[in-house]
Design a protein around this ligand. Structure first.
Ligand code: NAP
Ligand code: MG
Length: 462
């Protein structure tokens, strides 16, 4: 157990304004592994002031120099990859291999991509008799969740800094330790004081104070749709820019011409990955009714193999929530073919890898984001039916289409109301814009589109 002190504000660790702390718990064994200060409005105010003070100089720093700092940050993250992976494993509970391959590796790639983009992006363009300058939005508030705790911060910090913005980060209360590691890395990378600031704390206290602060020009939020809606309302009151990465209920559409076994196996792996705590997970599998029984059998077998290989979910509340959804699925008449609501082990916030068959589109488990290792398999009659089901939720974050040939899959994907679609198992691309249609969000992260979120234009006419 380690008591971590201070907030990273204005380039140094400063004592928190209050005495309260947040306990960080290891979800595997439920032991308290550390504490961090619970920030108050006073800490938030100090951080926003530091970010405001640093803004003019950072905004005026040549993009190539900003790029050099981001390249240095990428290098520090790479040098500390093991420590990052171990920290995420300790506070999130993800298996170490997954922490290394994803939680530590993706932020290095993203920081690297923005080092390159900052150096190459055209911050100035000509149109007719005008010169258009792409200028930083200003002071950014970043409020992030625990499921990809470092990635979700770096996906905001790297583009914001590349754009010339300064930032205050409020990480999730469950995963503040890797955020503190990032602050150390920012310091080591020589990023000037006040450009990046970190306030740990509770959402309704520190998070809310940050979103409401009049010194903040933009709020970039990742998390639940419920909190996203509140933040957007607060921001609207002050006409602040918002970027929202919210929930998902993505469809994995397996067309009859697809390689069924491959599509089902990759689909199950996608949902079980990170214990189902992925906003873009393909939690609804759509299979043609002629192939339905075979797909259900394949999925049940695949899920059973995950048995004790997946980690726990993040905390007791999430465990209870996910189990509640599994019970609801049973109550509404879906058929359990793997897993179930029972506790797998005595200690730790584990949930069994669960697969439901005979799920109909109107069931709660087919409509709401569960955020646990739970897959629903639905059947469709024809392509139009599949499309109706795929598009039949309030969400539209991601999805997948499988078909015998790419053209057929692409034609279907083009009709889906969603921000990303993986074609026949296409891989994650850290340069591709990520974000939601409908209630999955507003704005895009990653790549050049993610950079543009943190810029505003000024037109000079000649
Ligand atoms: P959440 O409450 O939306 O948390 C996201 C972030 O917002 C955290 O930093 C949180 O702080 C903060 N926050 C909470 N209330 C706030 C407020 N009133 N003002 C400002 N900031 C606030 O998500 P959660 O409670 O951790 O998870 C609940 C559900 O959200 C999950 O089951 C899942 O369905 C969904 N979720 C989605 C994503 C995604 O990537 N789309 C990620 C995480 C969760 P605290 O950490 O202190 O709560
Ligand atoms: Mg919360």
């Amino acid at each position: 157990m380690k008591a971590h002190d201070g907030m990273y504000i204005g380039g140094a660790w400063r004592p928190a304004a209050g005495q309260d702390v947040i306990e960080v718990v290891n979800p595997v064994d439920e032991r308290v592994i550390g504490t961090v200060p619970a920030g108050t409005a006073e800490d938030v105010d100090a951080a926003v002031r530091a970010a405001r003070a640093a803004l003019p100089a950072w905004a005026a720093t040549p993009p190539t120099e900003r790029a050099a700092r981001l390249a240095a940050l990428r290098d520090v993250l790479a040098a500390r990859a093991d420590e990052i992976a171990e920290t995420v494993t300790a506070e999130l509970g993800s298996p170490l291999k997954f922490s290394q391959a994803v939680h530590a590796a993706v932020p290095i790639a993203v920081a690297g991509s923005y080092a390159e983009l900052a150096a190459t992006y055209s911050f100035e363009e000509k149109t007719g008799n005008s010169v258009v300058h792409h200028e930083p939005v200003g002071v950014v508030a970043a409020i992030t969740p625990w499921n990809y705790p470092l990635h979700q911060i770096v996906a905001k910090v790297a583009p914001a800094l590349a754009a010339g913005c300064t930032i205050v980060v409020k990480p999730a209360e469950d995963t503040p330790l890797v955020a503190r590691l990032l602050a150390g890395a920012v310091h080591e990378a020589g990023i000037p004081a006040g450009v990046f600031n970190l306030v740990t704390g509770l959402g309704p206290v520190a998070g809310q104070a940050l979103a409401e602060h009049p010194g903040v020009d933009m709020v970039s939020f990742t998390g639940s749709t419920a909190v996203g809606r509140r933040i957007a309302a607060v921001a609207a009151g002050q006409v602040k820019k918002v970027a929202l990465e919210l929930g998902g209920k993505s469809a994995n559409v397996i067309l009859p011409s697809a390689d069924l076994a491959k599509a089902v196996n990759v689909g199950v792996a996608n949902v079980m990955s990170n214990s189902g705590q992925t906003c873009s997970a393909w939690t609804r599998m759509l299979v043609h009714r002629h192939q339905y029984d075979e797909a259900v059998e394949l999925a049940a077998t695949a899920a059973a193999k995950y048995g004790d290989r997946i980690g726990p979910v993040v905390n007791a509340k999430q465990q209870a929530r996910v189990r509640g959804y599994i019970e609801k699925g049973v109550a509404e008449g879906a058929r359990l073919v793997a897993g179930g609501p029972e506790a797998q082990r005595e200690k730790g916030y584990f949930v069994s890898p669960t697969v439901f068959a005979d799920v109909t589109p109107d069931m709660t488990i087919a409509q709401e984001e569960i955020f646990g290792p739970v897959l629903s398999i639905l059947s469709y009659d024809d392509e139009e039916d599949a499309l109706r089901i795929a598009n039949g939720t309030v969400y539209g974050l991601a999805g997948a289409v499988w078909a015998g040939d790419e053209e057929e899959a692409v034609a279907f994907a083009r009709r889906m109301e969603t921000g990303q679609v993986d074609i026949n198992g296409g891989r994650f691309n850290p340069l591709a814009p990520f974000g939601g249609y409908k209630q999955s969000g507003v704005g895009r992260e990653l790549g050049v589109h993610g950079l543009a979120e943190y810029l505003q234009t000024k037109s000079l006419q000649f």
